[in-house]
Write a protein that binds this ligand. Structure first.
Ligand code: URA
Length: 233
């Protein structure tokens, strides 16, 4: 049970003060009856606003095709962000909708967004070794020797003392590769190639754990069941 005004504010409908006005205006029903009690305790499934059930009261889990050019932080000074792709109401929710890990501004592809912080922790923890697949184009021909180097668990990134966990490198064409990582360090794919004297020209994430981006258009998203990852166990 939650306070009605708090519930509406947390789901991004309006401020708590505005919720009082919405209730006073008769816009909110609880179990089919117009309510006049904005502070009353309610079950989300019983509430309607303007006749419609509440918007995702149990949380959001979204698979987004992040385009190049958007950042994953909420900080305005970093430029346009991926949250600008979402409906206004979702951007006002508490807890805040955030990305599961990050893709850098110049990287496109599969990005998960959610308001479930426990899920963010679980999916980003190196302990859980969630595989992420990236497609990279490079500025020079790839040497086959990079395959065992990436797999070795010995590759050191500039400025770090702990080598990268073993990663899978598949050379698909002389300057085209697929890399599978089970960790997610800052700019990791770009820095792994940089450690071998190679510059990544384009980077795209195609898979995250059991999920594949598929044909989803850039800037589009689709909803996943909130218990999607529970069901995978
Ligand atoms: N590696 C990178 O270099 N950038 C990303 O966004 C993700 C992995």
């Amino acid at each position: 049970m939650r306070r009605l005004d708090q519930l509406l504010a947390n789901l991004g409908y309006c401020s708590r003060r505005e919720a009082r006005d919405w209730v006073a205006a008769g816009r909110v029903t609880v179990r089919g009856e117009v309510t006049d009690d904005s502070g009353g305790k309610v079950v989300a499934g019983d509430v309607r606003v303007d006749g419609a059930p509440l918007d995702h009261p149990d949380g959001l889990l979204l698979l987004v095709h992040k385009p190049v050019g958007l950042v994953c932080t909420h900080e305005d000074r970093e430029g346009a962000n991926v949250y600008s792709l979402l409906p206004e109401r979702w951007r006002r929710r508490h807890p805040t909708v955030t990305s599961v890990g990050r893709l850098d501004k110049d990287t496109s592809g599969l990005l998960l967004l959610t308001d479930q912080s426990a899920l963010v922790h679980r999916l980003t923890s190196p302990k859980h070794k969630v595989p992420k697949v990236y497609r990279a184009t490079l500025d020079r021909d790839l040497s086959p020797e990079l395959v065992p180097l990436f797999a070795s668990g010995q590759l050191l990134l500039a400025g770090e003392s702990e080598p990268c966990a073993p990663a899978t490198l598949a050379i698909l064409a002389p300057r085209d590769a697929a890399v599978t990582l089970t960790e997610g360090r800052y700019h990791q794919v770009r820095r792994m190639f940089a450690a071998t004297g190679t510059t990544v020209l384009t980077l795209h994430r195609s898979h995250f754990g059991p999920l594949e981006l598929g044909e989803l258009a850039p800037k589009s998203w689709r909803e996943l069941p909130i218990d999607f990852f529970e069901r995978q166990k």
